[in-house]
Design a protein around this ligand. Structure first.
Ligand SMILES: Nc1ncnc2c1ncn2[C@@H]1O[C@H](COP(=O)(O)OP(=O)(O)OP(=O)(O)O)[C@@H](O)[C@H]1O
Ligand SMILES: [Mg+2]
Length: 149
């Protein structure tokens, strides 16, 4: 078993007085694959948003590697969220959407290019970096994009 990576200690969350999470205690160990399963409205997304730092708990603590991360903003937490719904930047092309997090982390430019190209290749979208995000589907209108050579 890996070391304790994320810990929720007695975490509750209320939205306008309505209790969404009620004193949750949970460990997530390093290398562990964890699935949250439960009926709609049971608080799965609330828990993920708390861990990512998009919302704050009403009570309790969230720890990462043993340290309370209450004051750490989402972009400084080493936590990534793949959203259920569309969460791309519409003003950035495919390449810049993928590169966004790496730029925030101040990754060197040549490494960003390498990593973005590798990701595009991984998902069979090599050469599509300059397209706008709404120009990837074969059914989308208006392509080729102005940026595509
Ligand atoms: N921003 C919000 N404001 C007020 N109430 C909210 C808000 N977000 C969630 N809730 C309420 O908190 C409870 C938990 O919602 P949450 O979205 O975390 O559930 P979920 O398990 O992710 O559901 P689903 O399976 O439908 O995605 C629900 O009662 C929901 O109505
Ligand atoms: Mg949800």
């Amino acid at each position: 078993m890996g070391k304790r990576l994320i810990e929720l200690r007695d975490v509750s969350k209320e939205y306008d007085g309505d209790l969404a999470l009620d004193h949750v205690n949970l460990y997530i160990n390093d290398g562990e694959f964890l699935t949250l399963l439960g009926p709609s409205g049971c608080g799965k997304t609330t828990m993920l948003r708390l861990i990512a730092g998009f919302i704050m708990p009403t009570t309790g603590q969230i720890l990462m590697n043993g340290t309370d991360i209450a004051k750490v903003p989402p972009y400084k937490r080493e936590i990534n969220t793949v959203f259920q719904k569309y969460a791309l930047f519409p003003h950035l092309n495919v390449f810049d959407n993928i590169a966004f997090g790496l730029r925030i982390k101040k990754t060197p430019k040549d490494q960003i290019e390498q990593k973005v190209e590798a990701m595009l290749k991984l998902v069979n979208l090599e050469g599509y970096g300059k397209r706008w995000i709404d120009q990837l589907s074969v059914s989308s209108s208006g392509w080729p994009s102005p940026g595509l050579s």
